[in-house]
Design a protein around this ligand. Structure first.
Ligand SMILES: NC(=O)c1ccc[n+]([C@@H]2O[C@H](COP(=O)([O-])OP(=O)(O)OC[C@H]3O[C@@H](n4cnc5c(N)ncnc54)[C@H](OP(=O)(O)O)[C@@H]3O)[C@@H](O)[C@H]2O)c1
Length: 245
């Protein structure tokens, strides 16, 4: 499909404005963060292809997509990366999206890989999210009752952390790095020590036997609550652009 002039022009206008702000003349990976249901995403995919041909972007990615959308987009312009929610407590992508990415040589970039900090074990039932911009107060999985009910998952992590002389956060990341060849998690932190701790997860290697034990222990745990509809249901985001009646 060829990119229609208006879609291509709109995407390019935003890209050029971003490049000006970033003082760069190309972007390595340009994400379509959410799909605007008012616009054909095949046309957006075609526009991304033109921008790649022009050398303005090296590759493009999608965020919080299902496998049908991804396959349609990939058929128009090959996708470089998919950024979806994924962690030990948000494993929906394991059934279709990650296998598709593995099979089509697409990088999979898990966002919220520490379940908004829960998997670090540093969030407890007594943690208060008081900052005005702290979105964790809206995350159902971080409600007191879910933190308490999900404690068995933290017990599994604590056991492995002790065995591997690592932290819970590092085990959470090492688990997904071991599980798939194409996964690049992006844990978020405003704290330098934690950023370095999370980076060092790349040095925590699990043996196949340890990994299998971890998988078995995790699959025996029930996950309570979810991250939230905004992130888990892409369509509610897509509706944000709907024209007012
Ligand atoms: N594509 C999308 O739709 C989407 C949606 C949401 C987020 N994201 C991206 O995903 C990335 C991370 O997601 P996220 O911030 O939601 O979740 P996350 O990485 O699962 O968790 C981040 C939280 O965990 C804490 N934390 C991080 N490392 C820790 C450690 N080693 N020990 C203890 N606590 C630790 C951080 O607190 P401190 O800051 O105090 O360390 C922060 O509150 C961000 O880059 C974000 O932009 C993308």
């Amino acid at each position: 499909m060829a990119a229609s002039a208006s879609v291509y022009d709109a995407v390019k206008t935003h890209l050029v404005a971003s490049m000006k702000r970033l003082t760069t003349d190309y972007v390595d990976l340009y994400y379509l963060h959410r799909i605007n249901e008012e616009v054909s995403f095949e046309e957006v995919a075609a526009a991304m292809g033109r921008l790649i041909d022009e050398g303005l972007i090296r590759g493009w990615g999608l965020s919080q997509v299902d496998v049908e959308t991804l396959a349609k987009a990939h058929a128009v312009t090959p996708v470089s990366a998919v950024q979806n929610i994924y962690s030990m407590v948000e494993r929906g992508c394991e059934t279709e999206v990650i296998p598709y990415c593995v099979n089509h040589n697409i990088g999979f970039v898990p966002f919220s890989p520490l379940a908004s900090g829960f998997l670090s074990g540093k969030v407890t039932v007594d943690t208060k999210f008081e900052e005005v911009d702290d979105v964790r107060k809206f995350v159902p999985q971080l409600k007191r009752e879910n933190i308490a009910a999900n404690q068995p998952i933290l017990d599994v992590l604590a056991d492995f952390s002790k065995r591997k002389k690592a932290t819970n956060a590092q085990i959470s990341l090492a688990w997904m790095l071991h599980k798939y060849p194409n996964v690049i998690p992006i844990p978020g932190s405003k704290n330098l020590e934690r950023i370095l701790e999370n980076l060092a997860a790349a040095d925590v290697s699990l043996t196949d036997e340890e990994f299998a034990q971890l998988e078995t222990a995790l699959s025996a745990c029930t996950v309570h609550g979810h991250r939230g509809f905004v992130e888990t249901e892409q369509h509610t985001f897509g509706n944000n652009w709907k024209k007012k009646e």
